[in-house]
Design a binder for this molecule. Structure first.
Ligand SMILES: C[S@@+](CC[C@H](N)C(=O)[O-])C[C@H]1O[C@@H](n2cnc3c(N)ncnc32)[C@H](O)[C@@H]1O
Length: 473
């Protein structure tokens, strides 16, 4: 098999990222965009010892599950990778992903896995469902671009057409573009000699003096990402992620505000975040959201599930599997702003949430206060240290785990098993690390009874799953 060579292949399964997989001349060939059963023409773009990666050139025989992607930039953008697959096929694929991981990585017997893994709960919304987006910003050669990044690239795919983000959030891109055009237009009229009071020296490339190129004059120069959060009331909290030292003039902020108003975007706050500190440029640093009848404040840096309607179902599943009766002692490890922590608080004797991000713990503490839950408390720190400290004071009945994609550190799992709760309910957004961690728990005497996948991220191959385990005495 040679690089650049073209083959006609038949896809016999899907990989973890939803890409078509075929066997060709003893190689496993991954073809993103191809579906099971399809005959496709593909060109090899990377060839290793036993596998290759190919670009889909033509679908010769299409599968029934093939649908027309909704986004105009689907082929280039790295944001979604399953828009070419019907909604039902996406759900089937996600169930297979969880089962495959439990069998291959977790080394659990096939019959057990089949009995545990339920059908995927579909998302109430499969389009425009995201309440948070982080886009890459680029101002190069005078060209302003905002968007998700193409796989294997650093350049954003410039668009304000994104099918998984609500329309009012997309209007922020329009406002940024209009500010860019207005400011650069004005600067060019003046000969590009003024920096408009914006100190972007820290972000200058070597050899680029102020006013030497159109890119230098963009108000968004020095902004590498923009992070937008929105809520059920269609309000937004915008954070401009900037290089250290980058500041904004009041004039830039005023212009942006005017354009946001012109686009009818309801902004609760605009923040500049240089990775060390957040600075509020106008409005406030937190926004409000209601989930399952509780009020939450959330900061820009804090974690919150991205699909709020589906998040309510996720929490309901996790709580049902925990079987709380009002008296238990509960730990919620990797607690974020305390969403599950507070919901568990309505059904438990006491709850402790553990979280490493300071802003999230601050949010969670305010959320505990505003919901009057005085039997719920938060601990700030790395779960690896906090859990063993916590175990010195109390033994939990139920532990929730909801780690980031990397899964739980072994030390955390060991400390929890030492504390011997009757039940551990594991919420995961990565089936591979979930399977790895469930194997560790199984070897320490925790058996799985149910694995419930949910479609939290429609149009992408990511899958959320909640698994309940119980201590075998
Ligand atoms: C997937 S989120 C879950 C948050 C929360 N359970 C929810 O549903 O909103 C994972 C959380 O774990 C936190 N985290 C990551 N590493 C951690 C660590 N080593 N110790 C404690 N918390 C950590 C992250 O900041 C994030 O808030």
């Amino acid at each position: 098999m040679r690089l650049g060579q073209t083959y006609e292949v038949v896809i016999d399964r899907l990989g973890f990222q939803g890409e078509g997989v075929a066997r060709v001349e003893g190689f496993t060939v991954f073809v993103p965009g191809a579906l099971i059963g399809e005959r496709v023409v593909a060109r090899m773009e990377r060839v290793e010892r036993s596998f290759a990666r190919a670009v889909l050139l033509q679908v010769v025989e299409a599968a029934e599950e093939r649908v027309l992607p909704r986004c105009s930039v689907y082929a280039e953008c790295g944001g979604c990778n399953l828009q070419h697959m019907s909604a039902e096929a996406q759900l089937r694929m996600k169930k297979m992903t969880v089962m495959d991981a439990l069998e291959r990585i977790g080394r659990f017997p096939k019959e057990d896995v089949r009995a545990w893994v339920r059908d995927v709960i579909p998302s109430p919304n499969v389009w425009q469902y995201r309440n948070k987006v982080t886009w890459t910003v680029s101002v190069e050669a005078g060209r302003f671009a905002v968007g998700f990044v193409e796989e294997g690239s650093h350049d954003p795919v410039d668009t304000d057409d994104c099918a998984i983000v609500p329309e009012h959030v997309l209007r922020i891109v329009k406002a940024m573009r209009r500010v860019d055009e207005a400011v650069r237009g004005a600067d060019m009229e003046r000969g590009g000699e003024t920096e408009r009071g914006v100190d972007r020296s820290a972000a200058s490339s070597p050899g680029q003096g102020a006013g030497t190129s159109a890119a230098m004059l963009s108000p968004w120069r020095g902004v590498h990402h923009v992070r937008v959060r929105t809520n059920g009331a269609a309000e937004v909290l915008i954070a401009l992620l900037v290089a250290p030292g980058v500041t904004f003039s009041p004039e830039d902020v005023r212009l942006f505000r005017i354009e946001l108003e012109a686009q009818r975007v309801k902004v609760v706050g605009l923040i500049a975040d240089d990775g060390v500190a957040e600075r509020v440029l106008f409005g406030q640093a937190q926004m409000e959201e209601r989930i399952a009848g509780l009020a939450f404040g959330v900061s820009s840096r804090s974690f919150m599930q991205v699909n709020p309607a589906q998040a309510e179902r996720l929490y309901a599943e996790a709580l049902a599997l925990a079987g709380l009766t009002g008296t238990q002692r509960v730990w919620d490890i990797y607690a974020g702003i305390g969403t599950l922590t507070l919901m568990a608080g309505r059904q438990a004797g006491s709850v402790v949430g553990v979280e490493i991000v300071e802003e999230a713990v601050r949010d969670a503490q305010m959320n505990i206060e505003r919901n009057g839950m005085h039997h719920v408390r938060m601990m700030l720190g790395d779960a690896q240290d906090v859990v063993s400290r916590l175990a010195e004071d109390e033994r939990p009945d139920v532990v929730f785990l909801d780690p980031p994609r990397a899964g739980c550190e072994k030390r955390v799992l060991d400390a929890i098993c030492d504390a011997a709760p009757a039940r551990i309910v594991y919420v995961s957004c990565n089936s591979a690390t979930l399977a790895r961690d469930l194997r560790i728990l199984a070897d320490r005497g925790y058996a799985v009874d149910v694995a419930q996948p949910l479609d939290m991220f429609p149009q992408t191959s990511h899958v959320e799953c909640v698994v309940s385990t119980y201590r075998v005495d």
